[in-house]
Design a protein around this ligand. Structure first.
Ligand SMILES: [Zn+2]
Length: 267
C-alpha cells in the first residue's frame, strides 16, 4: 500500500513530468485541440471528458444494453482518436465509464465477448478496439466470435441496410476450444463494442451466441450509443462518421434464449 510520502512524491514527479511534456512537446487534446495541462493523464483533457453526454438507455424493456455516453461531440472525437488514430490508452478511461454505465448489465455476467473485426481489418488496424475495452471490464473475456465476411462499412447505411449488411457475418470462432464452448453453455454473456448505432451488429452477434454457442442470455455494453436527437446524428453526417438514425426500438431489449425477449435486437 503506498504511503503518504510515496504518494506525494509520485504526484510531484507527475506534475514535473506534465510540465516538461507540456512545454517541450506541447501535446494537444485529441478532441478540443487545446494544449494538454496533464499529458501524463492521457490524450484527452478533463474538460472534454466531463462534457461527454450520458446516453439514454434503449427503451422497450429490459436492461440489456448500456452505453457509457452518447455518440456525439467529445465522445465521438474520443472514439475516433481511439479507433482510427490508435490512441489505445483511451480504452482505460472508456472502460471505466462502461463499468459504471453498465454496472447492472455486467453485475452477474460470466463472460464478456468483444465484437470481432474481420481478420483483414484487424490486421490493417493493428488492434480490435472492442477487445481493448473488454479486457478492462474486470469480467473474464471470451473471444467466442469470428467475423467471416468483410462487410462494407456501416457508415451511411439505413437501419435495414445495416441489418442486411451484417447478416451471416459472424460465426463461433474456430479457435474456440470445445471446453471453452462448453463453458459458454447456459451462461449470461455481455457483448462489448465501441459504438452502438442501430443495433444491427450486436444483434447479429447475439443470435450466433444464442443459436450456436448456447449462451443463456446476451446483453451488451458499448462505449457510445446513438445520440437521442436527430440533430446530433445530422451533425455526425457532416463529419462523415455515420448517417444512422436513432432506432431506439431496434436497439432495445435482451436476447434471451427461449425467453421472453427472444428476437429483440440488443444493440
Ligand atoms: Zn479537450
Amino acid at each position: 500500500m503506498p504511503t503518504a510520502t510515496s504518494s506525494t512524491t509520485w504526484r510531484l514527479l507527475q506534475s514535473v513530468t506534465d510540465a516538461l511534456l507540456a512545454s517541450v512537446l506541447a501535446p494537444t487534446c485529441a478532441s478540443c485541440a487545446r494544449p494538454l495541462e496533464s499529458p501524463t493523464a492521457g490524450p484527452v483533457c478533463e474538460r472534454c471528458w466531463s462534457n461527454v453526454r450520458p446516453c439514454v438507455p434503449p427503451q422497450g424493456g429490459g436492461i440489456a444494453c448500456r452505453s457509457a455516453g452518447s455518440y456525439e461531440g467529445e465522445l465521438r472525437d474520443i472514439i475516433h482518436a481511439f479507433k482510427y488514430e490508435g490512441r489505445r490508452s483511451l480504452a482505460r478511461r472508456l472502460a471505466a465509464m462502461m463499468r459504471t454505465a453498465g454496472a447492472d448489465v455486467l453485475r452477474d455476467a460470466e463472460y464478456v465477448v468483444p465484437v470481432p473485426l474481420h481478420p483483414w481489418r484487424r490486421f490493417r488496424r493493428g488492434f480490435n478496439q472492442a477487445s481493448d475495452l473488454a479486457a478492462r471490464l474486470d469480467v473474464p473475456v471470451l473471444h467466442a466470435l469470428w467475423r467471416v465476411r468483410l462487410t462494407a462499412t456501416q457508415t451511411g447505411l439505413t437501419a435495414a441496410a445495416r441489418r442486411r449488411n451484417v447478416r451471416d457475418a459472424f460465426r463461433m470462432s474456430p479457435l474456440l476450444t470445445r471446453a471453452a464452448r462448453e463453458r459458454l453453455r447456459g451462461r449470461a454473456v455481455v457483448l462489448i463494442d465501441d459504438v452502438r448505432t442501430t443495433g444491427a451488429t450486436l444483434d447479429a452477434c447475439a443470435r450466433v451466441l444464442l443459436d450456436v454457442g448456447c449462451a443463456r442470455e446476451v446483453r451488451a455494453v458499448t462505449a457510445a450509443g446513438a445520440p437521442l436527437y436527430p440533430r446530433a446524428a445530422d451533425d455526425d453526417n457532416r463529419r462523415g462518421a455515420t448517417r444512422a438514425r436513432v432506432d431506439l426500438g431496434a436497439a432495445s431489449g435482451a436476447l434471451v434464449r427461449d425467453g421472453v425477449q427472444r428476437g429483440h435486437p440488443v444493440a
